[in-house]
Design a protein around this ligand. Structure first.
Ligand code: FES
Ligand code: FES
Length: 188
C-alpha cells in the first residue's frame, strides 16, 4: 500500500525546498532521493557508521535516524554546503593535501562533524578531534591522516582569522602619527 505523502519545507544549505515525501522518509532519504543532494551517504542506515552525518542547527546529526518532519524549520547543512562561497573549506583543502580521503565514503560525514568542531573551538586538541569524530567510521585511512588534516585546517583558519583582524588602537595611533609626520615633511 503506498504511504501517505507529506509536504515538508526544508532549508538546506541556505536554500528553501518545499517537497512532497512519503510520510515515513528520513531526512537522509529526502536529501538524497527528493532534493537531489547525494553527498550525504547511506551507509548502514541504522545509526552505526556516521556516513549520513549532516548539521542540524549546527549540530552533527545522523540523518538516517532523523524523520524528515523533525528538520522542518531548522537549518540543514550537508557536505555540499560546507564549502565557502569562494572556494573549498579549509578542511576540504587539508583533507586533499593530507590524503585523508581514500574511497571517500565516510568523508562527507566526517567533514560535517569536523566543521562543527571547528565552529566551537579554533584549536582543538587531538583528543577533542578524536571525540568529535568518534561516531564517524572510516575503513580506509586508519584515522591518523584525518586527525592531521583537521589539525592543519584549524591552524589554517586561525592564521586566516589572525590576518583578517582589524588593526589595534595602538597600530592605528602609529599610523596616524606616521601620516602626520609625513604631512609635516611635506610628503603628503
Ligand atoms: S547511514 Fe546513518 S549512521 Fe550509517
Ligand atoms: S576513506 Fe574509505 S571509509 Fe573512509
Amino acid at each position: 500500500m503506498p504511504s501517505a505523502t507529506d509536504i515538508v519545507r526544508l532549508r538546506v544549505n541556505g536554500d528553501l525546498h518545499q517537497v512532497g515525501v512519503p510520510g515515513h522518509f528520513t531526512l537522509l532519504e529526502t536529501l538524497r532521493y527528493v532534493v537531489g543532494l547525494t553527498g550525504s551517504k547511506q551507509g548502514c542506515d541504522k545509526g552505526d557508521c556516521g556516513a549520513c552525518t549532516v548539521l542540524l542547527d549546527g549540530v552533527p546529526t545522523l540523518s538516517c535516524l532523523t524523520p524528515v518532519q523533525d528538520a522542518e524549520g531548522r537549518e540543514v547543512v550537508t557536505v555540499e554546503g560546507v564549502a565557502n562561497p569562494d572556494g573549498p573549506h579549509p578542511l576540504q583543502a587539508e583533507f586533499d593535501l593530507h590524503g585523508a580521503a581514500q574511497c571517500g565514503f565516510c568523508t562527507p560525514g566526517i567533514l560535517c562533524s569536523a566543521a562543527a568542531l571547528l565552529e566551537q573551538t579554533s584549536e582543538p586538541t587531538r583528543e577533542e578531534i578524536r571525540d568529535a569524530l568518534a561516531g564517524n567510521l572510516c575503513r580506509c585511512t586508519g584515522y591518523a591522516k584525518i586527525y592531521d588534516a583537521v589539525e592543519a585546517a584549524a591552524a589554517r583558519m586561525r592564521k586566516a582569522a589572525g590576518s583578517a583582524k582589524p588593526k589595534s588602537d595602538h597600530h592605528l595611533r602609529d599610523d596616524a602619527q606616521r601620516r602626520a609626520g609625513r604631512a609635516e615633511e611635506g610628503v603628503e
